[in-house]
Design a protein around this ligand. Structure first.
Ligand SMILES: [Fe+2]
Ligand SMILES: [Fe+2]
Length: 249
């Protein structure tokens, strides 16, 4: 889907993850969405849009989004799956200016945004392999599938126009560096290196993710692709000057 071209030649990308909207949050996000609309051309929401994955929480978010006048691109997070109401959440959010990405992409100006939720599995030499019980294999397969979806979405951007800059939106982390700060024991559940390979091979400029609430704001892949953990608690802990991360490309 082609969004309107921003007025400036550069595209100002605002990003935040883990807003965890609750039923009692009516009015809480209005100022945030107004401010970000003035300072950015597009807003990325990196999953855990709702606190417990209820349709009623998505309805509160939909109402808050009326204050947002720029395109919003989002992926779902694990919390959005908690009550098995993803279909209903998608339907509610489809009525807003938020576009959910799940293995597809959208273009704003000269930037293509590919989005997937991603999944866990661990990092580098400690990544879980396809071995043993079926449940184990299913766990690994989910990460493989998400990585393939990300790769396909990035490839599609290239085939449409190879001059377009590429940005990835994820919930789970693609590298270990941006989950550092979390307990080692839970790292396999925070992301997976399988998500890193498409970022490197497809020449992505930057990837944004959330999920690791006490992780690290900035890192990079083995080939130097910038990775930002924009989880709301991470931005707050880093005393970031704005309540969202802002990147101009
Ligand atoms: Fe979260
Ligand atoms: Fe999460």
């Amino acid at each position: 889907m082609q969004q309107p071209k921003p007025t400036s030649t550069k595209t100002r990308i605002a990003a935040i993850g883990d807003i965890h909207v609750q039923e009692g949050d009516a009015g809480k996000w209005v100022d945030f969405f107004k401010e970000v609309s003035e300072n950015a051309d597009v807003l990325l929401l990196c999953g855990d849009l709702t606190d417990t994955g209820k349709e009623s929480e998505a309805e509160v978010l939909a109402e808050e989004l009326r204050a947002c006048t720029i395109p919003v691109l989002a992926v779902l997070g694990n919390h959005d799956y908690e009550h098995d109401q993803v279909k209903k959440i998608r339907k509610v959010l489809a009525q807003t200016n938020l576009q959910l990405l799940d293995g597809n992409f959208t273009v704003v100006g000269d930037v293509g945004f590919a989005g997937v939720k991603g999944y866990g599995g661990g990092f580098d030499n400690h990544m879980l392999g396809m071995f043993g019980e079926k449940l184990n294999k299913d766990f690994v397969q989910e990460a493989v599938t998400e990585a393939l979806k990300l790769d396909a979405a990035l490839a599609q951007i290239d085939s449409d126009d190879s001059a377009i800059k590429k940005i990835a939106i994820l919930h789970y982390a693609p590298i270990k560096a941006t989950v550092v700060g979390e307990p080692e024991a839970i790292m396999p559940f925070l992301g997976c290196s399988r998500l890193e390979e498409p970022l490197n091979r497809r020449g992505v400029i930057a990837a944004f993710h959330g999920h690791a609430h006490v992780g690290t704001l900035e890192g990079e892949t083995s080939t130097g692709v910038k990775v930002y953990n924009v989880s709301r608690p991470v931005l707050l802990k880093a005393e970031h000057p704005t309540p969202y991360y802002l990147l101009e490309v």
